[in-house]
Design a protein around this ligand. Structure first.
Ligand SMILES: [Zn+2]
Length: 570
C-alpha cells in the first residue's frame, strides 16, 4: 500500500508548476535499485528515441534518466525521498546540442539586425557605458544595409565616440569598421599601403574611410588588449549561461585550433566550481602536414582530459570562404563571374584528412560551395579507402550549396552533414546578395535541409554562434518556415526545403550527439542516458509554425541539475 503526502508549497517552476514531495511506503524488501531522486509527471515528452517516441513521465537519479514511460510505472519507482514534479502537460524535449558553435574571442556589443546607424550607435553607447572609461569599444554583427548607401564609414562612429577607440566587425567577420581614433592608434593613414590579401578602403580623395577588409582587419585587431584569465572566465560563464537559458546542454566549439590556454583554464575552473551548465567539446589543432607522433599526442591529451563535461578529438579546417564574399568554391562561377579558390589543394587536403583519419581523429571541414563540398567528400572517401577505416564520422561544416549528385555520398561515406538552420533566414542579405550571386538553380538547393534528410544523411544542426544567434528554437523556426522572424516571405524561401519540427528537433539532439560520438549517452530521453532535457512554454509539436517564434525555454536540466529556470511560465 502506498500513502501519499502532498506538500504543495514547494515550487520547481514559478507559477503553477508545483514540485510536490511524495512519500511512499517502503517497497518490497530487497529492491536492488536505489529509488530516483526526482520523478517528472504529467509531461508531454518527445523522447527522440525511436524505441519509445513519446512518454508522460520519467525518473532521474544522479545525472541519468533511469526510467521513461507511462505515469503509473514511473510513479511506482518513487522512494520516501523522491521529489515528484508535476510538469502540467508541458512539452519536454532532449537538451539541445549545438553542433557548431564558437566561444567568442571577446565580449562585443551585439549589432545583429540593427537596421540603421542610429541603432548601431545606441547599442554601442549602451555597451560602452558598462566598460571602464576610455577602454576600447568593440562590436560585431553589422551588415552593409545598416548604413546609408550600403557604405559603412568611420564618421558614424566618430559622431558618438570622438576620442575613444571603436572597432566593429561585420556579421561574417570578413570586414571591420574603425573610427578615427582607432585608425590613429593603428597608424593607418592615406600613405599606408594595403596589406597582402587585405584592403584599406579609401574615399575618392584617398583618405581611409575606416572600413578594413580581410587581412587589413588585423592591423586593428592586433591592438586590442589581450583578455586576462579572469576576463576569459567571465566571458565563458556569460556565454554558457546564455546557452543554458536557451535550452542548450551541449556545445561543440568549432573554433580552429581548439581552446587557447586561458580558455582551457576557464573551462576547467568552471567545471571545478560546478558552474559549467553545458557539456563542452573542443578541437585539437589542424596541421596541414601532421607528424604521426604529434597526432598521437593529441589523441592522448584528449583521452587524459576526457570527462562528462569536456571532450575533444576532432580537428577543424577551413577549405573555402563564403558565398556573400564570393570566396566559396563553386563548380561553376558566380553569376556575373568570379569564383573562390580553395585554401588547400585536393592533394594537400587528402594527405591531411588521411593522416587524421589514420590516427583515429575526426575532421571537420568548412566547405560551403558545391566545389569545396565535393573536394571534402573526395578527401573523406580517399582517407577511408587508403586507411581501410570506417566509422570516423568526418564532418562537412555549413555545406550550403551541395551538388545534387553529391547528396547520396553523405550516407554512403558516413560523412556528417553539419548544417546551420538559421543560415536559411531569407533576410535582405540572402535575397539581395546571396541568391543573385548563385542564381536561381543553385539558390533552389541552398541550405537544403530536406534534401539531406531525403538522402539519408545524419544532419547535425548548429548555429555558428556568434556569427548567428545561438537560439535553437529560432533555428527550428527557420528550418520549419524558411522565413524571417517577421514571417517573410509568405510561404517561405524555397519552401520545398522546409522540414518538420520533429526532424529539426532530431538534428539538434540525436544527430548532433551522433556527430560527436556521444549517442550512447546523449541526444534522447532514454534510460541510462544523461538527464539533459528542456521544458518548453508551448507544445512545439502542436502549435502553428508561426508560434514557434514565441516559444521559450522554461527549464533546462543538464545531468539532472537545473541550469536554467525562467522567471515566469508565460
Ligand atoms: Zn564556424
Amino acid at each position: 500500500m502506498r500513502s501519499v503526502h502532498l506538500h504543495a508549497n514547494r515550487y520547481l517552476l514559478p507559477g503553477a508548476i508545483a514540485a510536490l514531495a511524495i512519500a511512499i511506503a517502503a517497497g518490497p524488501a530487497g529492491a536492488a535499485e536505489m529509488p530516483p531522486e526526482r520523478i517528472y509527471l504529467n509531461a508531454r515528452v518527445w523522447t527522440g528515441d525511436p524505441a519509445q517516441p513519446a512518454a508522460e513521465a520519467f525518473a532521474v537519479r544522479g545525472d541519468r534518466f533511469i526510467a521513461v514511460g507511462p505515469a503509473p510505472a514511473i510513479e511506482a519507482l518513487a522512494g520516501t525521498a523522491t521529489e515528484i514534479v508535476d510538469l502540467e502537460g508541458r512539452r519536454v524535449v532532449p537538451g539541445f546540442n549545438d553542433a557548431h558553435w564558437h566561444l567568442p574571442a571577446r565580449k562585443d556589443a551585439r549589432l545583429d539586425n540593427a537596421g540603421s546607424v542610429a541603432v548601431i550607435q545606441q547599442r554601442l553607447k549602451d555597451y560602452a557605458a558598462t566598460l571602464p572609461a576610455e577602454s576600447w569599444v568593440t562590436g560585431r554583427g553589422w551588415m552593409p544595409p545598416d548604413f546609408p548607401g550600403n557604405t559603412a564609414h568611420k564618421r558614424y562612429l566618430d559622431q558618438v565616440f570622438p576620442g575613444r577607440p571603436v572597432v566593429i566587425r561585420d556579421r561574417d567577420g570578413h570586414q571591420a569598421l574603425a573610427n578615427a581614433r582607432t585608425l590613429q592608434l593603428a597608424k593607418i593613414t592615406r600613405d599606408t599601403p594595403d596589406p597582402a590579401d587585405g584592403i584599406i578602403v579609401r574615399d575618392a580623395s584617398g583618405e581611409p574611410t575606416g572600413l578594413l577588409k580581410e587581412s587589413a582587419v588585423s592591423l586593428v585587431r592586433d591592438l586590442l588588449p589581450a583578455l586576462t584569465t579572469e576576463d576569459t572566465y567571465q566571458l565563458l560563464i556569460g556565454e554558457v549561461t546564455e546557452a543554458a537559458s536557451l535550452g542548450l546542454t551541449s556545445l561543440q566549439d568549432a573554433t580552429e585550433g581548439g581552446l587557447n590556454d586561458n580558455e582551457r583554464a576557464a573551462v576547467t575552473r568552471a567545471i571545478a566550481a560546478g558552474r559549467l551548465p553545458v557539456r563542452y567539446r573542443s578541437a585539437v589543432p589542424f596541421d596541414e602536414q601532421p607528424e604521426r607522433r604529434q597526432l598521437r599526442r593529441y589523441v592522448e591529451a584528449c583521452e587524459a582530459a576526457r570527462g562528462s563535461l569536456h571532450a575533444c578529438g576532432f580537428a577543424k579546417l577551413i577549405l573555402d570562404g563564403t558565398v556573400d564574399a564570393k570566396t566559396a568554391v563553386m563548380l561553376e562561377p558566380y553569376v556575373g563571374g568570379g569564383n573562390g579558390l580553395a585554401f588547400l589543394s585536393q592533394e594537400q587536403l587528402e594527405r591531411a584528412v588521411t593522416a587524421y583519419d589514420r590516427a583515429g581523429l575526426q575532421v571537420e571541414i568548412h566547405a560551403i560551395g558545391d566545389g569545396a563540398i565535393r573536394m571534402a567528400l573526395d578527401a573523406c572517401e580517399h582517407a577511408a579507402r587508403t586507411n581501410g577505416t570506417s566509422g570516423r564520422r568526418h564532418r562537412i561544416e555549413h555545406l550550403e550549396v551541395p551538388a545534387s549528385a553529391d547528396l547520396p555520398r553523405f550516407r554512403q561515406l558516413g560523412v556528417i552533414a553539419s548544417t546551420q538552420a538559421i543560415f536559411a533566414t531569407p533576410d535582405a542579405g540572402t535575397l539581395e546578395n546571396y541568391a543573385p550571386l548563385v542564381g536561381p538553380e543553385r539558390a533552389a538547393r541552398a541550405q537544403p535541409f530536406r534534401l539531406f534528410d531525403e538522402a539519408g544523411a545524419v544532419q547535425a544542426f548548429g548555429s555558428d554562434y556568434p556569427v548567428y544567434p545561438m537560439d535553437p528554437l529560432l533555428g527550428i523556426y527557420t528550418a520549419v518556415t524558411r522565413q524571417t522572424r517577421a514571417g517573410t516571405p509568405a510561404g517561405g524561401w524555397y519552401p520545398q526545403n522546409r522540414i518538420g519540427v520533429e526532424a529539426a528537433l532530431t538534428h539538434y539532439t540525436r544527430d548532433a550527439a551522433y556527430a560527436e560520438f556521444e549517442e550512447a549517452v546523449k541526444g534522447t530521453i532514454s534510460p541510462g542516458k544523461y538527464a539533459d532535457f528542456v521544458v518548453l512554454s508551448r507544445d512545439i509539436l502542436a502549435i502553428p509554425s508561426a508560434e514557434l517564434r514565441e516559444t521559450r525555454v522554461l527549464l533546462t536540466v543538464m545531468g539532472g541539475r537545473e541550469t536554467w529556470r525562467a522567471a515566469s511560465t508565460e
